[in-house]
Ligand binder design. Structure first.
Ligand SMILES: C[S@@+](CC[C@H](N)C(=O)[O-])C[C@H]1O[C@@H](n2cnc3c(N)ncnc32)[C@H](O)[C@@H]1O
Length: 369
C-alpha cells in the first residue's frame, strides 16, 4: 500500500490525532482505535491523514470532545512530533498496539511519578498511563474525577438513585462512575455491579476497590473488534450475570456507542430483565437521525460517521471504534425490550448541534410498573 510522503505538517497533524484519540478513549482501546485509523488510511491510500473532525485547524485545535459537550483543546507538544514521525514510519510494520502503548507509557509515566511524589494520586483514579488522555482524562488525574462526578450528577438528576440502591454499570471501564458512588452508596445496603469485557481494566478495578466490599466487577469475554477482539461470546447472545429485577438503576456510558444495533437490542432486553419495576436506566448513544446526518454531511460533526454495510461508523476497519444507531431502530429496540422513554432525548453536541445538553446523546428509560 502506498503511504503518502511525510511532511512536517502531516507529522504535526498525526501528533494531534494521536493526542486526540489518546484523550478520547481509555488506554488499550485508544491503541486499537488509533491502529484502526492508520489501517484505514493505509488501505485507502488517502493523501492526507484522516482526522475525525473535518474542521481541523492547527494550532487552534478545537475538537468538541468533552463528556459534557465542553470543548477539549488538545495540546500538541514538541515531543509529539518526533514520536508521531517514528510511529508514522513504523506503524505499518511494527506490532501497533505495543508500539503505541510504549509511547504512551513514555509520555505519561513521568506525570504519574510526579503525581505520586506530590501526593496527588487517588487510589480510585487510574494512573495517566492507563487512562491516558481522553475526554475522561485530558490532564489526569483531575478530569477522570470531574467527568465521573458529572456522570454521577446526571444519575442523581435523572436516575432517582438512593444510597440503598443496587446500581448496574454496563461497560464500566475503569470505574469512572464507581468512584463517586463509593461516597454515595450505603456500604451496608447499597450495591454497585460493574461489568465489562476488558480484562486488564477490570483487574485494576477489582484490586483498587477491594476495600469497598459492596462494589463488584465482572468480566464477560464478549467479542468486540476494538475492545476485545479475542472474545468468544457474541454480545447479541449475552445474558447478564444477574437475577431478574435485581437493580434499581442501570447505567451505560459510551457503551452503546461501540456496539451494533442487534447487540444493543439484546442489552436493552437484558436491562429490562434485571431492572426492578419502575426503575430507570440512563444510556448514552449517538443517534443517527436526519438532523445528525445533515450536520455530519455539512462537516460540522466532531465524528465523521458514514454508512458501512448495515452500520453507521467512523472507521470501517474497526467499526466498533464508534457506531451511531439509526434512531428508528433504537426506538424500536427500546419498545421491543419493554422499556419506555422518560422525557426527551438529552441531545449531544457530538454532531455539531449548537443546542445540546451534553456530548453524547443520552436517553432515560424506565421499566413500566
Ligand atoms: C468508551 S469506554 C467507556 C467506559 C466507561 N463506561 C466510562 O464511561 O468511562 C467503552 C467500554 O465499553 C466496554 N465494552 C465494549 N463492548 C462491550 C460489551 N459488549 N459489553 C460490556 N462492555 C463492553 C469496553 O471494554 C470499554 O471499557
Amino acid at each position: 500500500m502506498n503511504s503518502p510522503p511525510l511532511t512536517p505538517v502531516r507529522a504535526a497533524r498525526f501528533a494531534v490525532l494521536v493526542d486526540t484519540v489518546a484523550r478520547t478513549e481509555s488506554h488499550p482501546d485508544r491503541v486499537r482505535h488509533l491502529a484502526g485509523y492508520l489501517t484505514d488510511r493505509h488501505s485507502s491510500g488517502a493523501p492526507t491523514l484522516k482526522v475525525s473532525r473535518p474542521t481541523w485547524s492547527a494550532p487552534g485545535l478545537t475538537p468538541a470532545y468533552g463528556s459534557n459537550g465542553a470543548t477539549v483543546v488538545p495540546r500538541c507538544t514538541l515531543c509529539d512530533v518526533p514520536a508521531a514521525w517514528i510511529a508514522n514510519t513504523f506503524l505499518k510494520f511494527a506490532p501497533v498496539p505495543r508500539l503505541i502503548k510504549a509511547g504512551l507509557f513514555v509520555r505519561y509515566a513521568p506525570g504519574d511519578a510526579l503525581d505520586k511524589l506530590a501526593g496527588r494520586s487517588d487510589p480510585l483514579v487510574p494512573p495517566r498511563r492507563k487512562v491516558g488522555g481522553g475526554s475522561r482524562n485530558p490532564a489526569a488525574p483531575g478530569p477522570f474525577r470531574e467527568s465521573g462526578d458529572q456522570a454521577f450528577a446526571e444519575l442523581r438528576e435523572y436516575g432517582q438513585i438512593a444510597p440503598h440502591h443496587a446500581i448496574l454499570d454496563m461497560g464500566c471501564g475503569m470505574g469512572r462512575l464507581a468512584r463517586p458512588l463509593t461516597k454515595f452508596l450505603d456500604p451496608a445496603k447499597g450495591r454497585y455491579e460493574g461489568f465489562d469485557i476488558n480484562a486488564s481494566e477490570l483487574r485494576w478495578c477489582s484490586e483498587h476497590y477491594a476495600s469497598h466490599p459492596n462494589f463488584h466487577f465482572q468480566r464477560a469475554n464478549i467479542y468486540n473488534k476494538m475492545y476485545n477482539p479475542k472474545g468468544t461470546v457474541q454480545a447479541e447472545e449475552f445474558v447478564f450475570p444477574y437475577p431478574d429485577e435485581s437493580f434499581d438503576f442501570a447505567f451505560a456510558s459510551s457503551l452503546f456507542t461501540h456496539m451494533p444495533l442487534p447487540a444493543v437490542a439484546q442489552y436493552l432486553k437484558e436491562t429490562a430483565r434485571v431492572l426492578a419495576a419502575g426503575a430507570r436506566a440512563l444510556l448514552t448513544v449517538y443517534l443517527w437521525n436526519p438532523e445528525a446526518q445533515a450536520l455530519v454531511a455539512q462537516g460540522k460533526s466532531a465524528l465523521a460517521f458514514r454508512p458501512h454495510g448495515d452500520l453507521i461508523v467512523m472507521n470501517p476497519i474497526v467499526p466498533e471504534a464508534a457506531i451511531a444507531l439509526p434512531q428508528e431502530g433504537w426506538d424500536l429496540a427500546v419498545r421491543d425490550a419493554g422499556l419506555e422513554q422518560v422525557g426527551d432525548v438529552l441531545w449531544g453536541s457530538w454532531c455539531g448541534r449548537t443546542n445540546f445538553a451534553r456530548y453524547q446523546d443520552a436517553v432515560v428509560l424506565r421499566k413500566p410498573v
